[in-house]
Design a binder for this molecule. Structure first.
Ligand SMILES: NC(=O)c1ccc[n+]([C@@H]2O[C@H](COP(=O)([O-])OP(=O)(O)OC[C@H]3O[C@@H](n4cnc5c(N)ncnc54)[C@H](OP(=O)(O)O)[C@@H]3O)[C@@H](O)[C@H]2O)c1
Length: 376
């Protein structure tokens, strides 16, 4: 049973966990609090894979005051030996009275032995499921990774009032204003890969890095992924210079921080990791996600031009679509968002809206594929 107090604390912790969004990958975002007689004594936020978990940080900050306390945590404490020892052991050793957690851990390693069982056997009270659905929503990237063994896919589009993505073919067009641009850079920070098609590289020459004034750090740069079937990419493309000075890997055991090129041609490169699609058919996004997941990618942001957006929507291989729509009209010479012989405008306009909010001078609309975590 949960009380209003339980829910208030859990919501505070979920919001706190967001401070490390993107930086904890491949781990989930987690925050914890040690509470004595209704007062928060200490909090902890997990920061990076391989480093201390939130419960352990909160217990350390609370010191002796952990004895007899209630520990709130947004994710079921781990029971297995991973890169760090099991959190249930730390909770037992600290002598806490009760543990309250939001969502069960979908990690199959944890499911072998539940925290509830381990803690109850040690005489600790356990309550679970407080704000469970909210916690799963916050950690939808992790839930997708664990249950479907693939990255979570976010597509971003900036469109005009008349659904164009550029003023004319081959023309770099700025559609969004500063507030929406800042929001896009937050999206970039939340992901570990950023995917574009070769068309966008050749026309826009984007840097593909994360530029947020208050926290700009090369650790927040996602790794570039370029779909370049016929290897038209030049060594002068701007993203290479950013990629070279990126401080990655973010996780301690990630084998490489090189950009990825997805192509149809066999190719050796010192600068990039090349993955090759051996067929004249359009490259399957399901196949790309499988390759990228095996390379450690958890959350891919796609900044699609017309070609990538059309192919992705027609294959249905996305989870979330973030659309920023401006009030400007680009007119009949503009480049359409999609190539309508492959995807119908009707199917797009029939998509149910998950969330809609003004974002500076633009309207931001979020769609979810099947309004939830995809089944596959
Ligand atoms: N407003 C926005 O949000 C936004 C974002 C990005 C780009 N843009 C604009 O979009 C325009 C570029 O669009 P675009 O259509 O030329 O470029 P694009 O979508 O960036 O890239 C398209 C190319 O990528 C390859 N490709 C993508 N998916 C593929 C798949 N599944 N299988 C095989 N090949 C695949 C194809 O390359 P090949 O041709 O080599 O086969 C295709 O021509 C530019 O004007 C840019 O400014 C707008």
């Amino acid at each position: 049973m949960s009380t209003a107090f339980d829910e208030k604390i859990m919501r505070q912790l979920l919001a706190l966990s967001m401070s490390e969004q993107g930086r904890t990958l491949p781990n989930p975002m987690v925050a914890a609090a040690v509470v004595q007689e209704g007062v928060i004594i200490a909090t902890g936020v997990h920061q990076k894979s391989g480093e201390a978990h939130a419960e352990v940080l909160a217990l350390a900050a609370a010191g002796n005051l952990s004895k007899g306390a209630t520990v709130y945590v947004t994710l079921e404490p781990c029971t297995h030996m991973g890169k760090t020892p099991p959190c249930v052991d730390a909770l037992i050793q600290a002598g806490v009275r009760e543990v309250v957690f939001a969502m069960e851990d979908p990690n199959p390693q944890v499911q072998e032995r539940s925290a509830e069982e381990a803690l109850s056997n040690a005489g600790i009270l356990v309550r679970k499921g407080i704000c469970r659905e909210e916690a799963r929503e916050y950690n939808r990237v992790f839930v997708t990774n664990m249950t479907h063994n693939r990255p979570y896919i976010t597509l971003k589009s900036a469109i005009s009032k008349d659904m164009k993505i550029a003023e004319a073919p081959q023309k770099l067009t700025q559609i969004t204003g500063p507030v929406a641009n800042e929001d896009v850079h937050k999206l970039r920070r939340s992901c570990d890969g950023i995917l574009v098609g070769i068309g966008t590289i050749l026309i826009d020459n984007p840097r593909l890095n994360c530029r947020l004034t208050e926290t700009e750090s090369s650790q927040d740069n996602p790794r570039p992924i370029i779909i370049d079937p016929d290897l038209r990419l030049s060594e002068d493309a701007l993203f290479w210079t950013i990629a070279r000075r990126q401080v990655r890997p973010r996780t301690n055991d990630e084998p490489s921080s090189k950009p990825i090129i997805v192509t149809r041609n066999k190719h050796n490169s010192k600068q990039a990791t090349v993955i090759t699609w051996d067929s004249p058919d359009p490259i399957s996004f399901e196949w790309i996600w499988k390759q990228l997941y095996s390379l450690g990618f958890c959350h891919i942001l796609i900044e699609g031009g017309q070609g990538v957006t059309t192919e992705l929507l027609s294959q249905g291989e996305w989870d979330e679509w973030v659309v920023y729509q401006s009030n400007q009209v680009l007119g009949p010479h503009g480049v359409d968002l999609i190539e309508s012989s492959s995807v119908s405008w009707e199917s797009i306009s029939a998509m149910p809206v998950f969330k809609k909010e003004p974002m500076g001078t633009e309207m931001k609309t979020i769609y979810r594929n099947s309004l939830g975590v995809r089944k596959r």
